[in-house]
Design a protein around this ligand. Structure first.
Ligand code: TXA
Ligand code: MG
Length: 318
């Protein structure tokens, strides 16, 4: 199959409305979309990515007013979060309605919904005739794509069309909050930080506080994620940069590393830049056959918490 690359939201939406699968930019990472009214296109997303079928997809809407197209109930806490953070990098898990097929939700009775703020995403979603289920547009397990060229690298010949946009502003996937139960629960950290969420809904809990007594609520988090081919080594674990491997190693962090012969060094000026460039840096390292990527953990607060989460998963190959 030939993958068409276009700058036109109209052309991209045409492929999607005809039952195709289309990658598109968002402010978090690029998504790989299929219309929820085309179940065979949903199946193709799982095949193209090599994604396990029990990992549900997030549904994307053009306007917060479209929520009831996929949800059956919106709690009062969820309404507050919508008012403050939609459109933007937040996904809400809500009770689903019957228009959402089981293949999208992996058989759960809930659906993850997000309304992106990126203007290309918004123009595209407005032209789509039904809501768009979209995981991140990478091969399963690989770092998410934050540039259209990364989508092409992973999925050329497997998707019908790529809507070419700017690199993603944020660079990490959306924050996910489960609002389907009594108390809202943070399932995945992201640019809408726990501090920002608690300012709006103080009762919100983190999934860590549940882990001992309940099964994981975010099916995707049990799979390997964000992993470059290179080994990721975290730099607050006491592990030093090994002088022997230094020449074939890379470094990313907020301060400069204590090593001189590294093949690649990226110093980020703040956590926003760290989040924005991280996955692209992983891909660059793989293209240069780097064997170890040393990653400095930022302070685990605000967006730093989401960076630490992704780095820890990348380092554990999990
Ligand atoms: O920023 C993002 O969220 C990007 C862009 C494209 O919107 N999408 C994204 O999708 O990161 P994906 O598939 O890579 O990650 C979605 C995560 C998975 O871990 C999945 O298990 C979880 O969301 N998820 C989806 N629906 C869910 C549900 N109903 N209940 C719990 N977790 C859900
Ligand atoms: Mg993903």
């Amino acid at each position: 199959m030939q993958t068409v690359i276009t700058d036109s939201p109209e052309e991209a939406a045409h492929y999607l409305n005809e039952g195709g699968i289309v990658a598109f930019p968002t402010e978090t990472v690029y998504g790989l979309g299929a219309a929820i009214c085309h179940p065979e296109a949903i199946e193709r997303i799982f095949t193209a990515k090599g994604r396990p079928g029990d990992n549900p997809l997030i549904v994307h809407i053009a306007d917060p007013g479209d929520l009831m197209k996929v949800a059956s109930h919106i709690s009062s806490d969820a309404k507050k979060l919508v008012l403050h953070f939609f459109p933007g990098p937040l996904t809400l898990v809500l009770k689903k309605n019957s228009s959402v097929p089981d293949s999208v939700t992996a058989g759960l009775d809930t659906v993850g919904v997000r309304c992106p703020s990126n203007s290309d995403a918004n123009a595209f979603l407005k032209l789509c005739r039904c809501p768009v289920a979209a995981p991140s547009a990478n091969r399963s397990g690989r770092p998410s794509s934050t540039k259209w060229s990364a989508v092409l690298e992973d999925l050329e010949g497997k998707v019908d069309c790529i809507l070419r946009g700017k690199p993603s502003d944020i660079g990490l996937e959306s924050t996910i909050v489960d609002c389907s139960g009594e108390t809202p629960l943070l399932l995945r950290t992201g640019a809408v930080t726990i501090e920002k969420l608690q300012a709006v809904v103080p009762s919100i809990r983190t999934a860590d506080s549940l882990r001992q007594h309940e099964p994981p609520r975010c099916p995707g988090l049990k799979y390997p994620h964000y992993a470059p081919d290179a080994r990721v080594v975290l730099l607050d674990t006491g592990e030093r940069i090994d002088p022997v491997t230094e020449r074939n190693s890379a470094y990313i962090g907020l301060s400069l590393p204590a090593a001189e012969r590294l093949a690649l060094v990226k110093q980020c000026h703040n956590v926003d830049e760290y989040a924005r460039v991280l996955f692209d840096f992983f891909r660059l390292c793989d293209s240069r056959n780097i064997s170890i990527i040393y990653c400095q953990l930022p302070p685990a607060e605000g967006l730093g918490r989401a960076i630490c989460d992704r780095l820890t998963r990348a380092a554990s190959g999990h």
